[in-house]
Design a protein around this ligand. Sequence first.
Ligand code: PLP
Length: 384
Amino acid sequence: MNHQQAPNKTFQNLHINFVQSDLDAVLGSFNTVSFSGKSPIIKDYEKVIAKWFGTDLALACANGTIAIELALRSLEVGPGDYVALPPTAPIMTILPIITIGATPVFCDVATGSFSADLDHLSDLRSRYPIKALIVVPMWGYPLSMEKTAQYCKKHNIALIEDCAHAIGTKADGKYLGLFGDVATFSTHERKLVSTGEGGFCLVRDEIVYEKMLSWQHHGLVASNRDRQYRLGEAVGTNFKLSPLCAALGINQFNRLAQKIAERRERVTAMREQLADLSDIKEFDRFQSAEVNGYSMVFRYLGGSCRSKAAQLAARGVISDTTRYGYKPLYKEPAFVEYAEPCPNAEQLIETIFTVPCHEGLSTDDMSIISTAVHDIFGRKDGAE
Ligand SMILES: *Cc1c(COP(=O)(O)O)cnc(C)c1O
């Protein structure tokens, strides 16, 4: 084994960076009066979330996958129902559809985009009574949301935004997460707000919110008789968040604007450093959209970039597409039975790679990354 060839530092889309105020927040949350998922800290956290987005109803929950399940259940999607999703989504987006007994239907993305192809959706609707659509803005890049939301409204389809990557990204002038009936977020370690495990939902409608809360709290319902919350009148389960995570989440939200600003600086710098490469092009951000810096996405104009991305990884710059073997979801063994031809998604997946831009990268790190991308994507020899 030649140890000299292994890069001594790797760069990827993961930056776990707790600071003292995070630790202080967690320590300060220990409370011997209330220390469950019903602790007032949870309500405080939900207020912080709602305020950050400028909306009213936020619900903290156990993780981002459960957030999607809560979204589906509260929108009354269940066995026998069809839920459309893009094949460009990760596995966490499809699992809850199947868990609740509904059937996933793959809707292609629009050309060169993670937005739903509404023509394909119309075609699917002629074959399946689609009850809900989940859209997934990957790596924090915006979608064409206004159009999608209008389409869903017109055709009475519930719209769920899986915004796990997209906290702080704006499209059509407003935050992603404010377009759908429910938006779901994850606070897993890879996400911009990180509580280890955790998630939350933004909900537009109060009745939907009550159903979500009930399912999450063992079927708790507000009794009409005495306006007390009662158990035993409905079925549910326990998907509550721990107050330790909520305390951490509050502090993480306090740091979020700064984090996004630092990431955007790196996005701008990397954009400039790679601007001379004519074979790659940053992913479409639409006109005035602001990305959150979850990760940068580039399209390779020369066809499949799988082997080039592997070469990048060998240089220590690990694209998410390489890290998790990105492929259309319906090519995973567990989901082949739902396969549906989605040529745009297939082409997109084959031709993109990600470049990290998190706040932990120094100027030197950025030039190492940029040099590697230049060496691999700047060559015209077609050596694949
Ligand atoms: C991380 C993620 C989720 C869910 O994540 P959890 O690990 O369950 O919190 C869902 N959708 C997308 C797109 C994700 O990236």
